[in-house]
Design a protein around this ligand. Structure first.
Ligand SMILES: Cc1cc2nc3c(=O)[nH]c(=O)nc-3n(C[C@H](O)[C@H](O)[C@H](O)COP(=O)(O)OP(=O)(O)OC[C@H]3O[C@@H](n4cnc5c(N)ncnc54)[C@H](O)[C@@H]3O)c2cc1C
Ligand code: FES
Length: 456
């Protein structure tokens, strides 16, 4: 049974760019250092198998999901980064992938270096997943949409409490809610969240660079194209990675759109834009397996770090094996209860802890930038102090004021206004809320509390 808070395939996976690849940025050189050569090999094998399985399932179900084979590239334009990519190509090759270092990418600008992995794939994620869900329903799986889970009591059986007051019992439970809504193994301390913006622009077919690209430069740029329907291609560009609830999001959209239109010949206007976020474990390896060391029937799948297409499929296979009494060779690699490398992981862990601490405490001590709800112009929102408490106040275009508590219902950090998406976002673990306080994205499971305030 699938219990889905909203609609299936409408979460992060409905907004991803859906490159299905085993080349994940610069993951292999890092893995060799943190998990050794064997860890890197298991990662490569599990992700490559998952990518191939995705294509095999699409073919088996005859899903019309625009699946196209493309080479994947990780590139840099700054010559200072070229050696790191040489190292990555070598590490990926040693891990068993036929990766090569190159400067020939098909992009309309020179690069200082790139890792290339041929015969990867891209597809339309919703078309694929909706067909998969139909197939599962035909096989007897029940899918309940608009069914938010708010509690889990482990046992035999496990009990799930739903927002609508019902209870579901199950022998085994998999928590696959993106950022986990239940933290029983300290995962909140070891996973940060980054949000990314996406813009799309139709381009002539002749402008298609014919690859899938990513660079860490400029706060990340990721590029692919998709069929457009009128003979042109839809160029899809993501980037401007940031912590949810921070910074000037409209300005970031401007930068990304500007880069896209300047960089790709034939791109004359942005036709679509959206945003999504992913969770990054401090050791870059997804968390798939037991929810905590003592868990017997509760499992977790999260922390895909921007690579949840192959990662999600890998997780499905790994958990299916565990639930039916089997094991896969990479079970320990992804185990959420694994021992973490205190030395190598420490910088990422400390950075995440410091950022969370800064928001939890620092945001409370800081004087709000806007003095009162009366100072909020129509169409904008801000956190203001009302009777000593922080309120998240939005004034709509008609002047009506919508006020909710600014205290995130997850662990109490203060939310901030995202002017590009008209949402409240929490910088600590990425919960997102509508202007009326309803949960748009977890880990929070309860809405922001409504507030009655007097305004002029
Ligand atoms: C901009 C962007 C581009 C990306 N591009 C790529 C790419 O090209 N290739 C790649 O491999 N990866 C990519 N990723 C990463 C990938 O999209 C994610 O790793 C993946 O989609 C995460 O899947 P998920 O199942 O964990 O989360 P989701 O798809 O969000 O699924 C979680 C589901 O749980 C539901 N839920 C939440 N809380 C509850 C609750 N309390 N009760 C019931 N249901 C609940 C949600 O509504 C949601 O439907 C990208 C990520 C971003 C942000
Ligand atoms: S998401 Fe954790 S405190 Fe808000």
């Amino acid at each position: 049974m699938v219990l889905e808070a909203d609609r299936i395939a409408a979460g992060v996976t409905g907004h991803t760019t859906a490159k299905v690849s085993a080349l994940h940025g610069r993951v292999y050189s890092g893995l060799v250092r943190t998990r050794g050569a064997e860890g890197a090999r298991l990662y490569a094998r599990s992700q490559r198998d998952a990518a191939e399985q995705t294509a095999a399932v699409a073919a088996e179900l005859a899903v019309d999901c625009d699946l196209e084979r493309r080479p994947a590239f990780t590139y840099v334009t700054d010559p200072a980064g070229a050696d790191a990519l040489r190292e990555e190509a070598e590490a990926a090759r040693a891990a068993g992938l036929p990766a090569v270092f190159t400067t020939d990418t098909g992009l309309p600008f020179p690069v200082a270096g790139a890792v290339r992995l041929d015969d990867q794939a891209q597809f339309h994620p919703r078309a694929f997943l909706l067909a998969l869900a139909r197939d599962l329903e035909e096989r007897g799986v029940r899918v309940h949409e608009h069914t938010r889970v708010t509690g889990l009591t482990e046992g035999e059986p496990c009990r799930l409490t739903l927002e609508n007051g019902h209870t579901v019992t199950a022998r085994d439970v998999v928590v696959a809610t993106h950022y986990p809504v239940f933290d029983r193994g300290g995962q909140f301390a070891r996973m940060s969240v980054h949000r990314e913006l996406v813009v799309a622009a139709p381009v002539p077919a002749a402008s298609d660079p014919h690859g899938m690209y990513i660079t860490e430069e400029n706060g990340t740029r990721s590029v692919r194209t998709a069929p457009h329907g009128d003979g042109r291609r839809l160029l899809i560009v993501t980037g401007e990675s940031f912590t949810p609830g921070t910074g000037d999001v409209p300005a970031r959209y401007e930068r990304l759109a500007d880069w896209t239109l300047r960089t790709f010949p034939g791109a004359t206007g942005i036709s679509h834009r959206w945003a999504a976020q992913d969770a990054d474990p401090t050791d870059t390896v997804p968390l798939v397996g037991r929810l905590h060391p003592g868990a017997r029937h509760a499992y977790l799948a999260t922390g895909f770090g921007g690579w949840g297409m192959s990662g999600g499929f890998m997780a499905g296979r790994l958990l299916a094996a565990r639930l039916t009494g089997g094991t896969l060779p990479w079970q320990d690699l992804y185990d959420p209860t694994r021992l973490w490398d205190a030395v190598r992981e420490a910088p990422a862990l400390l950075k995440h802890q410091a950022r969370t601490g800064k928001h939890w405490l620092g945001d409370r001590l800081r004087t709000p930038r806007v003095e009162s709800a009366d100072a909020i112009p129509p169409g904008t929102g801000a956190v203001v102090r009302v009777d000593g408490a922080r309120c998240a106040v939005y004034r709509d275009d008609d002047g009506t004021v919508h006020a909710v508590s600014a205290r995130c219902t997850h662990l109490g950090c203060l939310v901030s206004f995202n002017a590009a998406e008209t949402t409240w976002e929490c910088p600590c673990h990425g919960s997102r809320f509508g202007i009326d306080g309803q949960v748009l994205q977890g880990p929070a499971t309860r809405p922001l509390e409504p507030r009655d305030i007097d305004t002029a």
